[in-house]
Design a protein around this ligand. Sequence first.
Ligand SMILES: [Zn+2]
Length: 382
Amino acid sequence: MTYDLLVAGGDVIDPGAGLKGAMDVGIAGGKIVAVAPHLPHAEARRTISAKGLLVAPGLVDIHAHVFVNAHDMGGHTDHFCRHSGVTTLCDAGSTGSSNFAGLRQVIDESVRTRIRAFVNLSAIGITGTSRGGELAHFPYADPEGCARTIGENPDLAIGVKLRYGPGLVWEYTTEPVKLARRTAAMAGVPLMIHITDSPIPLPDILAEMAPGDIVTHCYHGRANGIMGEEKQFVLKEVVEAQRHGIIFDCAHGRNHFNFRMIEKALDQGFLPDTISTDLTLTSATRGPVWDLATTMSKLLHFGLPLDEVIRRATAAPAKILGYEGTVGTLRPGANADLALIELRDGRFELTDSDGDTITARRRLITRTTIKDGRITYERPAD
Ligand SMILES: [Zn+2]
């Protein structure tokens, strides 16, 4: 038998690899070994039909939280990931130098999704307390510890995380950004900055960032976003920053995804580089996020073409996470991670983080998730 599993007759869509059209995907030893029209079914131990479904690389969520039971942002991420076709995700700074070992233990013991993580500049990480953020108290900043943690965990840690917002940093100047950038330079990794409701203008933050660094929550509707205070046009400094290689990630979350901002930004040609959820236990179980396929459906509704939606939730984040060619792609040789997705027509009420609702005419619904060649989720017929 040439194939352990054959995914037959689906509409392959992998813009990152330039694959598109009716094709079979052959899997052996947990890897993709062939993508072509009409692979021999007799050569497969098992064949599943993907007729009428999109066959995409397993989805990659670059901003979520998995530190279960340690703060309100943790969740049984495996559960939600599998249900939406996510096979790889990145924990966006739930922990810092003092509790990263706890995150690793959770991942080793109870998470089957492939994981990477940003390490918080704050030693205590995101504790989820209402008594002030992780860097409201300056002594919690631990640049050396953060860089050391990244150095000691090369299989897991891929960047530095800073949340810049009211009550989250010790002073409302560019000093916290500068310290985070120096830390990232020390560790030789990119920096991810949360920017929602920033007390200082976004261009001031961008001026301290380097190509490859990531702005997360780029479509928030609070103060000092990509359109400044007028909220009409994407700031020229933002357009310039993206042109110079700063990555804009749209991490949805409970507070960071505003339909009016998205509509205007897309109309003006400002596209997110990556699509992510900022998934937490609360936003997965009570909305408005639910899962990555739902966030992707919202961008589809506002006119981002399907190919571009898929690319930004597969190849684009995989590259940033250091998985280029092995994850987020259907190229032969890659890990056999696949999402079989229905593009369903109908009327779907979808809500943003600020309570705005739209009626979408199409929605992406994951029907089957495959990770490392094994089926990890099958949606019941409905
Ligand atoms: Zn987050």
